[in-house]
Ligand binder design. Sequence first.
Ligand SMILES: NC(=O)c1ccc[n+]([C@@H]2O[C@H](COP(=O)([O-])OP(=O)(O)OC[C@H]3O[C@@H](n4cnc5c(N)ncnc54)[C@H](O)[C@@H]3O)[C@@H](O)[C@H]2O)c1
Length: 310
Amino acid sequence: MRILVTGGAGFIGSHFVDRFIAESHQVWVLDNLRSGSKTNVNPKAKFIFMDLKDEALETKVAEIRPEAVFHLAAQIDVRISCSDPIFDATENIMATLRLIEAGLKNEMRFFGFASSGGAIYGEANGGPQSETHPEVPMNPYGVAKLAIDKYLHSYSVQRGLKSASLRFSNVYGPRQGAKGEAGVVAVFAKLLRDGKPLRINGDGLQTRDFVYAPDLAEAASMVLKQGATGVFNLGTGIETTILDLAKNLCGIAEIDDSLIQHGPAIHGEQRRSVLDPSKAARELVWNPRTSFAHGLKTTYDWFVANRLEK
Ligand SMILES: NC(=O)c1ccc[n+]([C@@H]2O[C@H](COP(=O)([O-])OP(=O)(O)OC[C@H]3O[C@@H](n4cnc5c(N)ncnc54)[C@H](O)[C@@H]3O)[C@@H](O)[C@H]2O)c1
């Protein structure tokens, strides 16, 4: 199948690309390298250096005629979405609509979207959050993800587009960026690698649901094979405290956990986030197969091996 992966030079997108290539698909990567890197791109994929907002997007999509598009390119910084919601909406809503329209004009049959459970459901007050949990995004980034999930529903009704909104939990794994407001696993792994102390915001008892990027790529492949449509939570259903994460990583790095320090809590930070992945288990027969211990070790080893890049 001809598959276009936007953001395929980024962290999660590059794992999707690897998976699709391993399954003998023809893969194009479209990326402006704002946060991604050419070194992440599988050499068997065709790389297009382009911004989604580029006038030439439609012509490029017409050349490729992708049967499926997986859209992972995004402005991913929540803080930027709060300080500049117009920029965020331009990147995360308008550019996505341009891509969908370009695809629809060129025989695209399936659209897979990198959505976010953590950003859409807000605080987890009870157990893991299922797809029917109230949608209460707390920042413009989450609002934009939810908007596209809803647009995709409307595209299916109005134009017959088959699509899946993949609502990830907190993703970690090799190639994750560790700059700025990056994923906490990447930030901690890099600090430990460099022998620096870890600084936890507050008591460290806030929880997240950490899912391993290659497991998400497996889910994407299952979605594609089955032509599954709708909204799917892709997480593990397991809550891990940030303190436990820090201790686990210290153990892997063979560093005494006295390097763990506590700073002030961040005002408004989400306390608990955990997704219920049972719909994906039932309908896609997907289970996040990588244990946290194995995933963390692989991730830490990657940071050690890629000292110069990140
Ligand atoms: N990392 C997580 O925990 C997480 C959780 C939920 C959802 N997501 C979503 O998954 C997707 C991938 O996230 P990631 O963590 O791999 O981030 P990433 O920054 O590593 O990847 C994003 C990629 O998109 C590219 N890009 C950004 N804007 C672009 C534009 N206008 N035109 C072309 N390319 C552009 C970047 O250069 C980068 O390669 C994003 O849509 C993100 O919102 C991530």
